[in-house]
Ligand binder design. Structure first.
Ligand code: NI
Length: 234
């Protein structure tokens, strides 16, 4: 998932929002997610991950080049693998940890806040995410949502696999997820707000579901047009 750059600017003081890097500014950020407040890291001038404001992008061509290089490895809309259902991981071993490490690196370089294995063409039920700049990358293996709160909210999401697309997606605000960590231990993650949103977005990927499927008909049409334009321009 990627974070909208404009929203990200505000989100620094509030919290992080869902997925993506915005290609174009939008005038309606209305995320009400409740992840923990983001503390601004003055000590770390290189945000290294997620969101970068358009101006920052302009002044940091090295960072932009690194992002573009990472995005080459992320499967884009139209690739059938994005519609495939990933298979459960049977063994948590060094090969898997290497795969997870690579995914974390790609996510950071691509400035995403989450990445599912299917997006890099690997049909394993594995996802990585990082909703706060100062946090380490978290990995969930074979994640299962075992509980969702009744309260839902809609917020704009983007996706590294859908360049130039932002759509509103309604999701439960609170979730509890059972998964394995990189050591192979069973863990339970209780997440709210942005973290819950990112996890749900990435689990959707593992089931072949994209944000387009969760958007209104109108927004989906608009998104398809943006995707076609982006593909033509590429
Ligand atoms: Ni995505």
């Amino acid at each position: 998932m990627r974070l909208d750059a404009e929203r990200a600017a505000g989100a620094r003081d509030r919290e992080r929002e869902a997925p993506c890097i915005a290609e174009r500014p939008r005038a309606r950020p209305k995320l009400v997610a409740v992840a923990e407040p983001i503390k601004r890291e003055e000590a770390n001038p290189e945000p290294e991950g997620e969101v970068i404001e358009p101006d920052e992008r302009d002044v940091d061509p090295v960072r932009a080049a690194r992002r573009d290089a990472a995005l080459v490895h992320v499967r884009k809309f139209g690739d059938p693998v994005l519609r495939a259902r990933a298979r459960p991981v049977e063994r948590v071993d060094n090969a898997l940890r290497t795969e997870i490490e690579r995914m974390g690196r790609l996510m950071n370089d691509a400035m995403g806040v989450g990445l599912a294995a299917t997006q890099v063409g690997v049909l394993h039920r594995v996802l990585v995410y990082r909703v706060q700049q100062q946090s380490p990358v978290a990995a969930l293996i074979n994640p299962e949502i075992e509980w969702t709160g009744e309260e839902a909210e809609s917020a704009e999401e983007g996706c590294l696999s859908l360049p130039a697309v932002l759509v509103d997606v309604a999701r439960p605000i609170h979730v509890r997820v059972r998964a394995l960590n990189e050591a192979g231990d069973e863990i339970v993650v209780e997440a709210s707000g942005l973290e819950a949103r990112v996890i749900q977005h990435e689990i959707d990927h593992l089931d072949g579901v994209l944000i387009l499927d969760r958007a209104t008909r109108e927004q989906r049409k608009e998104a398809m047009r943006a995707l076609r334009e982006a593909q033509r321009a590429a």
